[in-house]
Design a protein around this ligand. Structure first.
Ligand SMILES: [Zn+2]
Length: 303
């Protein structure tokens, strides 16, 4: 996902009302998960599988989830969140192993803490290289009052908030493997949401980290960098893995889903592209299309 400011921002600021999205939180699915580091004021951290931690940001509308996957020798941080609070501090509390960052894709809500880490593996796309230079506009749109639930962290400065630039240490590609010691993560290129979207597969443990290619909430597919043909090809590719996957871990809202959602996702996006599903208009030339429990946020002109 990636937010654009809405005109509701002004209204929320004036009335100091809780934004709508924030009213049903906490999401009930979190009750079944083991919470760790409960004292952090911004992040909620959950142990979702052995040596796998979901680092969730429930105080911002994206409800972004980054994952720390720890092996005997090193760890992978799959996304670094909004950059609103100090994810590096959380990671060092969870592991003493060296940490390599991979990004599910380089929208601002997944790369905000990249600058804090020395080793960033990036996909070989112009989109990745452009985003690695940082940006201000997308970051600023994430902190309008309608996007924030509760308090921003102490010391956070809204006026200077940007996505800070980072350096790509190593270029990676489809099929690239990271050996963490006792567990291996395999990069699966899944372009569509963005040109540099990837999933990570821990084949031995049956874990598939799906980034924004799948998460259990409306899937955002409206930006100019989104390619729907590629998206369909990519979801077919990960749906083919469903029989060997035990847990699907997406990048927003709720960190765990059943692998059976993946083949159903293929059917849903194909049907929606064929014109099926319930349509609701959304702001600024977008529409929501819902079918069989899936919702997609599309450009109104999508095909
Ligand atoms: Zn995204």
């Amino acid at each position: 996902m990636l937010a654009l400011a809405s005109c509701a921002a002004t209204a929320a600021a004036q009335t100091k009302e809780k934004p709508e999205w924030c009213k049903p939180l906490p999401r009930p699915e979190y009750k079944a998960l083991e919470r760790v580091l409960p004292d952090d004021p911004w992040f909620e951290v959950y142990k979702v599988a052995p040596s796998v931690f979901a680092i969730y940001e429930p105080h911002q509308a994206e409800e972004t989830i980054s994952y720390l996957i720890v092996g005997h020798k090193q760890a992978v941080l799959f996304d670094t969140g909004m950059g609103i609070s100090d994810i590096h501090r959380v990671v060092t509390r969870l592991t003493s192993r060296p940490v390599v960052v991979l990004n599910s894709h380089t929208h601002d809500d997944h790369v905000g803490g990249n600058w804090q880490f020395p080793f960033i593996f990036g996909m070989d796309t112009d989109f990745t290289r452009k985003n690695a230079k940082g940006s201000r506009a997308d970051a600023q749109a994430e902190i309008t009052p309608d996007q924030i639930c509760g308090d921003l962290p102490k010391g956070f400065n809204s006026s200077t908030y940007v996505t800070k630039p980072w350096k790509i240490s190593l270029t990676i590609h489809d099929g690239f493997r990271v050996n963490l010691g006792g567990r291996t993560l395999e990069v699966i290129a899944t372009p569509g949401h963005t040109p540099d979207a990837i999933c990570l597969l821990d084949r031995e443990n049956g874990l598939l980290f799906t980034g924004d290619t799948y998460y259990p909430a409306p899937i955002w597919l409206y930006r100019p960098e989104t390619n729907l043909d590629q998206y369909v090809t990519s979801v077919k590719k990960i749906a083919a893995l469903a029989p060997e996957v035990k847990l699907v871990l997406g990048a927003h809202n709720i960190p765990v889903a059943e692998p059976a959602v993946l083949p159903r996702l293929v059917e849903a996006i194909q049907a929606v592209r064929a014109g099926q599903g319930e349509v609701k208009p959304a702001e600024a030339g977008k529409e929501l299309r819902s079918l069989n429990g899936f919702t997609f946020l599309l450009a109104a002109s999508h095909q």
